[in-house]
Design a protein around this ligand. Structure first.
Ligand code: PRP
Length: 177
């Protein structure tokens, strides 16, 4: 009988080591700046919680949620915001935090939208990048891990809202078990 099996891709310790390295770069780049960290719900919540606690400068935090069209967040290259930030971003040093960069449609749409609000600066930090899946050109400023085109869950990432709680990133596959 076919079922779903998982296999560890990134253990918790490796993720935390990399999160600490990313935080060190962010700390260096943002010292003296007015850092506003905006997470894209839901997938980013665990990564963002770990990241802001190891960044060595003060930050304020907020979240956006993008509307879904069935299982996708993007229709004809345009995003619609379900929940906007409460904080005005004009003049702020904005760092958008995402769990995964896949086709690039979500982040390119969100970045375009946020740029229209005139932040002082805007950068993007992603935990995972699947460059082979890109449909629109997009490069994140901070990337935790570049990964192959596998369906990944855990550390905030889901499959039908399941598995977000796994401490590590796992590959989800059909198994014969
Ligand atoms: C994932 C992820 C990004 C988006 C990336 O969200 O969190 O927002 O897909 O894909 P893209 O580069 O192809 O646009 P998902 O739709 O799984 O929602 P969730 O964050 O609520 O889990």
């Amino acid at each position: 009988m076919k079922g779903l099996g998982t296999e560890v891709l990134l253990p918790k310790e490796e993720i935390m080591r990399r999160v600490t390295e990313l935080a060190a770069s962010i700390t260096k780049d943002y010292t003296g700046k007015d850092l506003l960290v905006v997470g894209v719900l839901k997938g980013s919540f665990i990564f963002m919680a770990d990241l802001i606690r190891v960044i060595q400068i003060p930050s304020t935090v907020d979240f956006v949620r993008i509307a879904s069209y069935g299982r996708k967040k993007v229709s004809a290259g345009r995003i619609v915001i379900d929940k906007d930030v409460d904080t005005p971003v004009t003049g702020r040093d904005l760092l958008i935090v995402e769990d995964i960069l896949d086709t690039g449609l979500t982040l390119s749409g969100l970045v375009d939208m946020m740029k229209q609000r005139n932040p002082a600066s805007l950068k993007v930090c992603v935990l995972l990048d699947k460059p082979s899946r890109r449909l629109v050109p997009f490069t994140a400023d901070y990337v935790g891990f570049s990964i192959p085109d596998e369906f990944v869950v855990g550390y905030g990432l889901d499959c039908d809202e399941k598995y977000r709680y796994f401490p590590e990133v796992r590959i989800l596959r059909e198994s014969e078990a």
